[in-house]
Design a protein around this ligand. Structure first.
Ligand SMILES: [Zn+2]
Length: 166
């Protein structure tokens, strides 16, 4: 029987000067602001990680990477993603990502010119075809000018279930 799952995740960070702005593994060039975060503050990857975990009821990345742990300072979010994928494989079995859809809310800088690069980088990180990753952009209309936020849905197919539980 085909086991298909949907995951949904959300993440937000404050914006500060002097930090890189990384989205989906792609660093926005010459951004005047970046995410204030313990790790590299990649809201797209963090929301994706929570989406992956949520599809299987496995909690969220705060449990696995508590911000209070100094070992995670400056951590590359692709390491977080890899850890999450390993954890899911251990808990569930082989899982194939079918497609990813994300929304980033940010007032400035404008992200439209970087859409192709963000989608392409995220697809590469996930070993997906570029057409299976979509990222759209919204502004907060000035309501949250000092925040960057992402929401991500992911469709998953469980290839080889671990055990017969289900
Ligand atoms: Zn985050």
């Amino acid at each position: 029987m085909c086991d298909v799952r949907i995951g949904f995740g959300e993440d937000a960070h404050g914006l500060v000067t002097g930090h890189p702005l990384v989205l989906g593994g792609f660093e926005i060039p010459e951004s005047p602001v970046g995410a204030s975060a313990h790790s590299d503050g990649d809201v797209l990857l963090h929301a994706l990680c929570d989406a992956l975990l949520s599809a299987f009821g496995l909690g969220d990345i705060g449990q696995y990477f508590p911000p209070s742990n100094p070992n995670y300072a400056g951590l590359d979010s692709q390491v977080i993603l890899q850890t999450v994928q390993d954890h899911i494989r251990d808990a569930v079995g082989e899982v194939q990502i079918v497609n990813v859809a994300g929304v980033v809310t940010l007032d400035r800088p404008k992200l439209g010119p970087h859409r192709v690069q963000i989608q392409r980088t995220l697809a590469e990180v996930l070993s997906l075809e570029p057409g299976h990753v979509g990222v759209t952009f919204k502004t907060s209309e000035g309501l949250a000018p000092r925040h960057v936020q992402a929401r991500v849905t992911v469709l998953l197919r469980v290839e080889a279930s671990r055990g017969s539980a289900g």
